[in-house]
Ligand binder design. Structure first.
Ligand code: RTP
Ligand code: MG
Length: 141
């Protein structure tokens, strides 16, 4: 299986609930390694640019205002099949539909405040990792 990198964001609701460590533990137990990490309070411009693919969607304004409502933890996770593995650990976008034991089932409160983001394809992973991190900020392990 191919080693991949994916971008993870622990969203403002999960940071506010003080479950950063519990979420990172899920990644580590699944053999995903943190190879880059930072905490940031996104500006409107950063959040709009990050979610540009959704800019015509009716929920775009709510998404940007939620993502700028407090600090987030942005990380690059590395491991076998990291992109799909992270999406499995996260669970469905709407926590009401997320499988038991997933991060969103356990920590998310709504479809907006849904605890985590994860890249959804190799193309978005590449774009999203370089959106937040320069090559010199990633530490292969
Ligand atoms: P994310 O990008 O944050 O990892 O979430 P996702 O792939 O599971 O979902 P996506 O379709 O990319 O949507 C991005 C975020 O927008 C909010 N959303 N609201 N009200 C709605 O119908 C709706 N649909 C999406 C969610 O907060 C979702 O995480
Ligand atoms: Mg998405």
């Amino acid at each position: 299986m191919a080693t991949e990198r994916t971008l993870s964001i622990i969203k403002p609701d999960a940071v506010a609930k003080n479950v950063i460590g519990e979420i990172i533990t899920r990644f580590e137990k699944a053999e995903l390694k943190v190879v880059a990490a930072k905490m940031v309070h996104l500006s409107q411009e950063q959040a709009e640019g990050f979610y540009a693919e959704h800019k015509e969607r009716p929920f775009f304004g709510d998404l940007v205002s939620f993502m700028t409502s407090g600090p987030v933890v942005v990380q690059v996770l590395e491991g076998d099949n990291a992109i799909a593995k992270n999406r499995e650990l996260m669970g469905a976008t709407n926590p009401k539909e997320a499988d038991a034991g997933t991060i969103r089932a356990d920590f998310a409160s709504s479809i907006d405040a849904n605890a985590v983001h994860g890249s959804d394809s190799p193309e978005s992973a590449e774009r999203e990792v370089s959106y937040f991190f320069g090559a010199d900020e990633i530490c292969p392990r």
